[in-house]
Design a protein around this ligand. Structure first.
Ligand code: HEM
Length: 338
C-alpha cells in the first residue's frame, strides 16, 4: 500500500506527451554496465586491445542485449572511451562476467601495468528502483530491451515527476548519505586495482540528447542557445560536489559501436541521493537555464522540433561493486568511497 503521496498536482494534464519504457512481466531487475578505458589526452596510444576484447564479448554467450558507446575527456584531461551494456537478467550478466573471455583479460596483472587505466561501473537494479522518460517513442538505452513504451504518461512535466515514476517511492523515501561531499580520499590508485562499494541509495542519471533527425535550423538554434547552457550545467555539477552532492559527472559524446561520431550526447552522473538530483534540477540556475532555453527553442520554432530527449534514472541498492584499474585518483567515484 502507498505510504507517500505522489507529487503530481491534482487533475494534472501534461502540456506535451512523454513515454516510459514498458517493462515486461517476468523481468524483475536489469543490469547496466559501464566499461571503459582512460589515458592522458596527449597520449598517441590507441586502445585497440580493449576494443577488440569488448567486441568479442558482444558476441559471447550471455552477451548484453544492447550496447552503446561513449567518449568523454574528464576534468583531469584524460580521454575516457567506454561501452554501456544492458542485460535483462542478473544471471545472464553474472555468466558473461564470469566467463574466461572476460576474466582472462580483465583480471590479468597486465592491466595494472598497462599504459591505460580501466574502469567498470556495473549496476544491478531492481525495476522498482528504475525509471525512464522519453520525449518520443524512439528506443535507446535500457528501453531497447523491452518491446513497447507505455504512454503518453501523466507523471511528467512537473517537479517531482521523476520520483513519482519510481515505483519504490510509494513506500520508500530513498534517503541516503546526506553528509556533504567534502572528504576526498587521497589513496594512490595508479598502478593499482581498486574496488569500491556504493553507499545506500546512490542515484544515477543518464540524460541524453539526440539531434539525428533535427533539421539544420534547429541544430543551429540548439547549438547557439541550448548547448552552451548544457555545457555550463554539466561543468557545474562535475566541479561542485559539496554544493550539489554530485559525486561524478561525465558529459559524453555518443559514438556508434564501431567508433564513428553521432549527433547524440549524454550526461551520466551520480548523486548522493535522489533528493540531491531533484534539488539541482528543480532549483539550480544551471539546470533552469538548460530547461528555459529549451522551452524558448520549442516556442521559437513553433513546436516543430525533431530533437529527442530521454533519460534513465536508477536509485541503487547499497553495495554495487565498482572497479578502477590503474586509474587516476579522481576517476568516477574513487575520490569519495572506499
Ligand atoms: C539539453 C538538455 C536538457 C534539457 C532540454 C532538459 C530539459 C528538461 C525538461 C523539459 C524536464 C522536464 C521533463 C518532464 O518531466 O517532462 C527536465 C527534467 C529533469 N532534468 Fe533536464 N534537461 C536537460 C539535461 C539534463 C541533464 C544533463 C540532467 C542531469 C544530468 C538533467 C536532469 C533532470 C532531472 C533530474 C529532471 C527531472 C526532475 C523531476 O522530475 O523532479 N537534465 N529536464
Amino acid at each position: 500500500m502507498r505510504k507517500y503521496k505522489k507529487n503530481m498536482p491534482k487533475g494534472w494534464e501534461p502540456p506535451v506527451p512523454a513515454w516510459s519504457a514498458k517493462i515486461e512481466s517476468g523481468c524483475t531487475e536489469i543490469v547496466i554496465g559501464y566499461f571503459g578505458y582512460q589515458i592522458q589526452n596527449d597520449s598517441n596510444k590507441t586502445p585497440n586491445e580493449f576494443h577488440n576484447w569488448y567486441s568479442s564479448l558482444l558476441k559471447a554467450d550471455h552477451a548484453p542485449i544492447h550496447t552503446e558507446r561513449g567518449h568523454v575527456i574528464d576534468n583531469e584531461n584524460y580521454r575516457n572511451g567506454f561501452y554501456i551494456s544492458y542485460w535483462n537478467s542478473k544471471a545472464s550478466y553474472d555468466a558473461w562476467r564470469a566467463a574466461h573471455l572476460f576474466t582472462n583479460w580483465w583480471n590479468s596483472d597486465d592491466r595494472v601495468n598497462d599504459d591505460f587505466g580501466y574502469w567498470a561501473e556495473p549496476m544491478i537494479i531492481p525495476l522498482e528502483r528504475f525509471e525512464t522518460l522519453f520525449s518520443s517513442e524512439d528506443k535507446a538505452g535500457a528501453a531497447t530491451m523491452f518491446n513497447d513504451f507505455k504512454g503518453p504518461i501523466k507523471e511528467h512535466n512537473y517537479w517531482g515527476g521523476m520520483r513519482d515514476r519510481l515505483e519504490i517511492s510509494e513506500v520508500n523515501l530513498l534517503e541516503g548519505n546526506t553528509e556533504n561531499l567534502t572528504q576526498q580520499s587521497h589513496i594512490e590508485t595508479l598502478g593499482k586495482r581498486v574496488h569500491l562499494k556504493t553507499p545506500k541509495n546512490l542515484a544515477i542519471i543518464r540524460s541524453a540528447q539526440n539531434l539525428t533527425e533535427s533539421k539544420d535550423h534547429e541544430k543551429a538554434y540548439y547549438q547557439a542557445e541550448v548547448y552552451p547552457n548544457l555545457i555550463k550545467g554539466m561543468d557545474f555539477i562535475s566541479t561542485h560536489p559539496e554544493e550539489t552532492g554530485c559525486c561524478s559527472s561525465r558529459f559524453s559524446d555518443e559514438l556508434t559501436i564501431s567508433g564513428e561520431k553521432t549527433k547524440k550526447t549524454f550526461g551520466f552522473a551520480y548523486f548522493l541521493t535522489l533528493e540531491h538530483l531533484e534539488t539541482w534540477s528543480r532549483t539550480h540556475p544551471t539546470h533552469l537555464a538548460i530547461f528555459n532555453s529549451f522551452l524558448n527553442m520549442v516556442q521559437s520554432l513553433g513546436g516543430q522540433i525533431d530533437i529527442k530527449l530521454w533519460h534513465e534514472v536508477s536509485v541503487l541498492p547499497e553495495g554495487q561493486v565498482f572497479e578502477y584499474i590503474n586509474c587516476h585518483p579522481k576517476s568516477g567515484l574513487l575520490p569519495w568511497f572506499r
